[in-house]
Design a protein around this ligand. Structure first.
Ligand SMILES: C[S@@+](CC[C@H](N)C(=O)[O-])C[C@H]1O[C@@H](n2cnc3c(N)ncnc32)[C@H](O)[C@@H]1O
Length: 275
């Protein structure tokens, strides 16, 4: 839907029909964001935006969890900034399975935004995030301030503005994903950073491979950051939610094979990046 206003507003957003499958996988968005929210609340790192997207859980998280999340957020953030500096911000970022991630807003504060920042997640997750964006000026103002047209493309599970787009799509459905990204003016000529932070493990190796092959064939220059659990346990997640786990390391190996080969990180969790 396009709203035609002098200053675009977030009104008129219809809600999306709930998609029934993958409930367990979507639940991982809640887990990750609650852990990040808790770590931020006790000072592990600064994030003024996450309280506007995620409620504070009553349950305290163990120090190991807080430290793990600190390393994860800091590590991914360092690599994103390295890419932005290397490209002089003349690039785009695709955050795959972004959940309640706040990188776009934090980069804006550091004057380090790419030409365009895209977030993709299941429509139901996107609808929830869009709801918060519409309600919270701290989240909506940077998007509106950076928007250069009178109209803002928006429906219940997509918002497309000049510098930020959020898209409800299934990463396993490549034609749909590509079509939606193109509608939001994804530019395959621009240096592109793809980020998957604890996402590929929720797909089968074949599905991750398809996504990676699409990425490798679509962009003139691309870098892929894959932060993944390896040697994972099935303890806390229904087994059907983590089809990638039995072949742990598969997604890291796949990224390395498709994009080149650079690995960083401790034994239990790989931060992988490849030019
Ligand atoms: C563990 S959460 C991580 C969220 C975010 N990357 C972070 O680190 O805070 C995994 C995310 O990937 C999304 N996801 C998993 N499989 C997906 C798929 N096939 N299509 C779209 N999103 C997917 C989930 O909905 C969820 O938001």
């Amino acid at each position: 839907m396009a709203t035609s206003l002098r200053r675009p507003s977030f009104t008129g957003c219809s809600s999306s029909p709930p998609d029934a499958d993958d409930e367990g996988v979507r639940g991982t968005c809640e887990d990750a964001s609650l852990c990040k929210r808790f770590a931020v609340s006790i000072g592990y790192w600064q994030d003024p935006y996450i309280p506007h997207l995620v409620r504070l859980s009553k349950e305290r998280k163990a120090p190991e969890i807080n430290r793990g999340y600190f390393a994860r957020v800091h590590g991914v953030s360092q690599l994103i900034k390295a890419f932005l500096r290397k490209t002089g911000c003349n690039c785009q970022i695709l955050n795959l399975g972004a959940g309640m991630d706040t990188t776009f807003w934090r980069l804006k504060d550091e004057d380090l935004l790419p030409s365009k920042y895209f977030e993709i997640d299941f429509p139901m997750i996107v609808t929830r995030k869009l709801h918060s964006i519409k309600l919270k000026p701290l989240l909506s103002k940077p998007i509106l301030d950076l928007h250069s047209e009178d109209t803002l493309q928006m429906d219940g599970h997509t918002l497309d503005s000049t510098r930020y787009a959020i898209i409800g799509a299934d990463l396993r459905d490549i034609p749909e994903l590509e079509e939606k990204l193109k509608k939001c003016n994804m530019n395959t000529q621009l240096p592109t950073l793809l980020v998957a932070e604890c996402v590929l493990v929720y797909m089968t190796p074949e599905q991750s491979a398809n996504l990676l092959k699409w990425a490798a064939n679509s962009f003139e220059t691309a870098m892929f950051i894959n932060y993944e659990q390896v040697r994972g346990s099935r303890r806390n997640v229904p087994s059907s939610s983590k089809p990638g786990i039995p072949e742990f390391l598969t997604s890291c190996r796949l990224v390395a094979r498709v994009f080149g080969n650079s690995c960083l990180g401790p034994q239990e969790s790989f931060l992988e990046f490849s030019f």
